[in-house]
Design a protein around this ligand. Sequence first.
Ligand SMILES: Nc1ncnc2c1ncn2[C@@H]1O[C@H](COP(=O)(O)OP(=O)(O)OP(=O)(O)O)[C@@H](O)[C@H]1O
Ligand SMILES: [Mg+2]
Ligand SMILES: [Mg+2]
Length: 557
Amino acid sequence: MAALVVRLSCLGKRWVLACIDGGSRHGRGAAIGLTSRRKRGQSSVAQQPLIAVQKSRKGEREWAAVVGLEIHAQISSNSKLFSGSQVHFAAPPNSLVSFFDASLPGTLPVLNRRCVEAAVMTGLALNCRINKKSLFDRKHYFYADLPAGYQITQQRLPIAVNGCLAYSVSVGKKPSQVSTRTVRIKQIQLEQDSGKSLHDEPRSQTLIDLNRAGVGLLEVVLEPDMSCGEEAASAVRELQLILQALGTSQANMAEGQLRVDANISVHHPGEPLGVRTEVKNLNSARFLAKAIDFEIKRQIHELENGRKILNETRSFDDKLGCTMPMRDKEGKQDYRFMPEPNLPPLLLYDTASLPPGADPQQVINIDWIRERLPELPGKTREKLIQQYGMLPEHSFTLLNEVGLLEFFQNVIKETRAEPKKVTSWVLNIFLGFLKQQNLAVNESPVTPSALAELLNLLDRKAISSSAARQVFEELWRSKGKTPSQIVSEKKLELMQDQEALERVCHTVMEGHPQVVMDMKRGNPRAINKLIGLVRKATLSRADPTVIKEILERKLSS
Ligand SMILES: Nc1ncnc2c1ncn2[C@@H]1O[C@H](COP(=O)(O)OP(=O)(O)OP(=O)(O)O)[C@@H](O)[C@H]1O
Ligand SMILES: [Mg+2]
Ligand SMILES: [Mg+2]
């Protein structure tokens, strides 16, 4: 069999499987022209159409990948969606379980107002239409951590529909090359979380913890508008920031507060969408991207080899870096949806439709929530760009790293240094040190006040920039010392004695007549060499601009 090389790239949104032998062994389904346009509303790669597909070279076939996500976010609320049990992440197993959560007969659901408000806030922040009437349904499936045998969700008429989410991806080698994309949001529905199954392999038993059973979830269903893992990871990161800004979910993926199911298919451009597989329960952005890209390659490989894609659920093995079919769900599941008889339709109001004399405790006014929405990440970035003249990619980095924006703002508050200088120190040096040692912002040994003081010393030319770097390294190593202490201990103050500096310059020039000659001949590198020599002689305690002035003056006299 001829060798195949898979060249895959998300950036142009064309997944090309190149057949090295150049033969025409893939007669089946040869790429057709792009004349068959998608009908309005038909799911497909919607807002960023495939770039014009060049005529396939002989033996090379075009593939387009299609990705749609279902994102489950645990709502930040004191109590569960339909019961009064508390919501806590690390409570002892089965300590937060009411009779309703355990599905004891005769118990009834009582809707949690806070969860409804969270869904409305999230819907508004994601540009959705909020349905003034939404319905609850039962979705049946059998699993040990679902005592009722069904999950209450919103299938027929969800609380929010037709929104969109803008996110950015880097498109070039340089981090500054970012492109903003949009994914449509099909719907947001309120639903219950299930319990947790804890598999005790040595004893071959499964233990059930119902603390999570009944916690409120927001399921955000995205239209299949994306085409690779990187796009999906960026969109999820943006959604995570929005949920955190709203306070509707802590959205910590590692703690399972944000879980993603990725639907993936491939097809030839111009042809109908392919059969999708669904990779379940991805709980890290990196694994999400990896799982999607693996699945795209796998599907192309399967189809190229004449096999079919099954509409199946798969799981991602992060150690092996591959997806595999899940044992528990084979074939299409029949959820036997039916209306939840114990919950009336959920009615919401706006100011215009609010019944006169309605008790504000009993009704939810969408306009009232809209007016109180907090600042969203897009707006925060815009402000950073306007207020501090920051590059867009820098505003992304500041928001993407947990706690970095707050750190930056605290430094800004306490320093006289220019915002551009602060940005550069925070993003290049501070963040660089954190990354190198795999630390989070709140684990940093350098506080915002210490960095602010260091930048003040630099600003009033008490130290040189290379000395500032040394002070920073020392601050990192020896927690508790102030920058000024380090500067005086290590004698890093900039030389203020002009005469002494003139003497050093003179000695250096005398010791390097050839370099002086080169400089006189107009070699621009020569002056830098001399500056470097003077700095070395002064142990980096002289200001390079002052050295340059002295050297130039001496040479022209
Ligand atoms: N051909 C396709 N390729 C990739 N993704 C697709 C395709 N068709 C639909 N999708 C995506 O699949 C997801 C379907 O989610 P939805 O919640 O509507 O149904 P479901 O997966 O059948 O239900 P469940 O909630 O039980 O998982 C959406 O995110 C949608 O964008
Ligand atoms: Mg779904
Ligand atoms: Mg699904």
